[in-house]
Design a protein around this ligand. Structure first.
Ligand SMILES: [Fe+2]
Length: 263
């Protein structure tokens, strides 16, 4: 059975991609950002997922139907941060594009429930695959208008806390609250709830990173692992031989079969 082993979220600031392309990752401004992902790359190299499901948003489409779609920085920046920049990704990547640009964007609750559906779909797959789900975008940012450059670290950090410990509370945040607290583009954070919905209710937080600024936004990142459950072999229920218990057992068809098999 395929299973989700972990979830990762990361901002997908386009300037990070430009810094990689222009080989500026060692410059002091960018080193602060990239050094925050060194442990993440190590974690990913050890996790060795067979598949990554990467949730991201396109940034420029009008309403349309597409049969072939190029991915943009929403997908490529987080993958570069997690895998480095190899000639090709070390495992298949399934892009899941979510509209958060055109009205109506999905609510956090809808995204969380989509994550639940993804978990079921993965678990129904018979092949033994280890899957990492990535949610990208955010954190607080606004790129135009009077509040351009808005960063709300308090909200961002509380969101990271909630993602780890109380995602259902985050799923109740309205669009209006996202816009007010995290800026017009902060709505991208609903995509992190798709990742979180795909994980178990209780998870282990293995890494977190937050820095301000990168370009005109905050960069946030978290790695959450599902806690491995050891499946215990089920022991057969003991056969009860005392007369009173035997009578009780005989009254129940399922138990009756068990008692008879002992004779
Ligand atoms: Fe974005």
């Amino acid at each position: 059975m395929a299973r989700i082993i972990a979830g990762v979220t990361s901002s997908h600031v386009p300037a990070i991609g430009a810094a990689i392309d222009l080989k500026k990752t060692e410059e002091p401004y960018w080193k602060r950002v990239f050094s925050g992902f060194e442990k993440s790359k190590e974690w990913m190299a050890n996790a060795k997922p067979d598949v990554v499901i990467a949730v991201y948003n396109d940034h420029a489409f009008d309403l349309t139907i597409v049969n072939k779609m190029e991915v943009d920085h929403g997908l490529t920046v987080p993958l570069n941060l997690m895998f480095g920049s190899p000639a090709q990704w070390p495992c298949p990547v399934i892009p899941l594009a979510v509209n958060v640009v055109m009205y109506p964007p999905p609510t956090g609750h809808r995204c969380y429930m989509l994550g639940r559906a993804i978990r079921k779909a993965v678990q129904s797959y018979p092949e033994d695959l280890r899957v990492v789900v990535m949610g990208t975008g955010g954190m607080s940012h606004q790129i135009s208008g009077p509040r351009a450059g808005l960063i709300n670290s308090k909200f961002d950090k509380a969101y990271l806390d909630g993602l780890s410990r109380d995602p259902k509370k985050l799923a109740r945040i309205s669009h209006m609250e996202f816009m007010r607290e995290a800026g017009a583009e902060g709505i991208e954070m609903v995509m992190w709830l798709i990742m979180r919905g795909a994980l178990d209710d209780k998870v282990k937080e293995v890494y977190r990173f937050y820095t301000v600024p990168a370009s005109n936004t905050a960069v946030g990142h978290i790695i959450l692992e599902n806690i491995e459950r050891k499946t215990k072999a089920r022991r057969p229920a003991p056969v009860r031989e005392s007369p009173s218990k035997g009578r009780r057992a005989a009254a129940h068809p399922a138990n009756q079969v068990m008692v008879r098999s002992k004779r």
